[in-house]
Write a protein that binds this ligand. Structure first.
Ligand code: SF4
Length: 299
């Protein structure tokens, strides 16, 4: 794949084309570096993998495919990319846009046509958000496709901000400390789902997608709105980020730095054993291994 030079959209007062090219190049490099790092850190893709890239038509999945194509060029191992898009027959869906885009890339691609829109309309009561059922149906179709086409990895376009939002949604409304992992085994154990953009900021992806002029197909053509709760959490995080830049990144890093002994989940840490002989023996052995006090047998 040839990497197309990109230009960033800039405010009118700052239209130095040379600076624009430099900024765009830096942005592309940053996204590529972070995507590569996430893939490496979580061992997302290996030699011989057949990676299905799920393209919704939004900025995130276009960026994901772009990054994977670019990284594959210089990857030390061979892997295949298969782009897959689902035409859910929403009213106003622009036929041909995705097919033309994918045909231009010269890689294996599939556009699956399935009318989930009618199903969702029929089942979900008027006025309620349809996104939950719609996403479940979409996932089922994509997983089935993956099973039938020898796919070994399913790549999704979720980014760092999606992951942090999900963490707060699960805490606020599900009483669970649970996010959206960079790599996941599906519930039925048949599929490995990966999120190579896990380290990328949404704002960067947004600017990149605009610069590359991806032919965006809006998700909400169907007229449904994603849950209000996610919108609120997004606004809350944006407000925090304004107050203290870097806070969202810190929350994300906290997910990589979990200290079970300082939470309260007995399934993760054996609080009951604290203060018992067994716990003391473990503590002494650890201290001895670290070269500190408490050496077994020392008087
Ligand atoms: S906005 Fe419409 S198409 Fe998108 S997930 Fe929700 S119901 Fe599905």
């Amino acid at each position: 794949m040839t990497v197309t030079p990109i230009k960033l959209p800039v405010p009118a007062r700052r239209q130095d084309p040379r600076k624009q090219r430099v900024d765009a190049g830096k942005l592309q490099q940053r996204l590529r570096r972070l995507t590569g790092k996430a893939i490496g850190d979580y061992d997302m893709i290996g030699a011989g993998d057949r990676v299905m890239v799920c393209l919704s038509g939004g900025k995130d999945s276009y960026t994901l495919l772009d990054m994977l194509l670019s990284l594959r060029e210089r990857a030390p191992v061979d892997f295949e990319l298969v782009a897959v898009h689902l035409d859910q027959k929403q009213p106003g869906y622009p036929p041909g846009v995705m097919r033309d885009y994918l045909a231009g890339l010269g890689l294996e691609h599939h556009v699956i046509e399935q009318d989930t829109y009618q199903v969702v309309k029929r089942v979900v009561p008027e006025g309620r958000t349809m996104c939950g059922l719609c996403s479940r149906l979409r996932r089922g179709i994509l997983y089935r496709f993956a099973a039938e086409h020898g796919i070994t990895r399913i790549a999704l376009g979720h980014h760092r901000d999606d992951i942090v939002e999900t963490l707060f949604l699960n805490m606020f409304f599900g009483s669970k400390l649970k996010g959206m992992p960079p790599k996941l085994l599906s519930d039925d154990g048949r599929h490995v789902v990966i999120r190579p953009l896990a380290y990328c900021r949404e704002a960067d992806i947004e600017r990149y997608a605009a610069a590359r002029e991806f032919p965006i197909i809006p998700c909400n053509l169907c007229g449904s709105q994603d849950g209000l709760q996610r919108v609120r959490v997004k606004a809350m995080l944006a407000e925090w980020e304004r107050e203290q830049p870097g806070r969202v990144e810190n929350v994300f890093r906290a997910l990589q730095n979990v200290v079970p002994s300082h939470l309260a989940d007995g399934a993760l840490f054996d609080f009951a054993a604290l203060g018992t002989d067994a716990a003391q023996a473990r503590h002494d052995a650890r201290a001895w291994l670290m070269g500190g006090e408490g050496e077994p047998g020392a008087s």
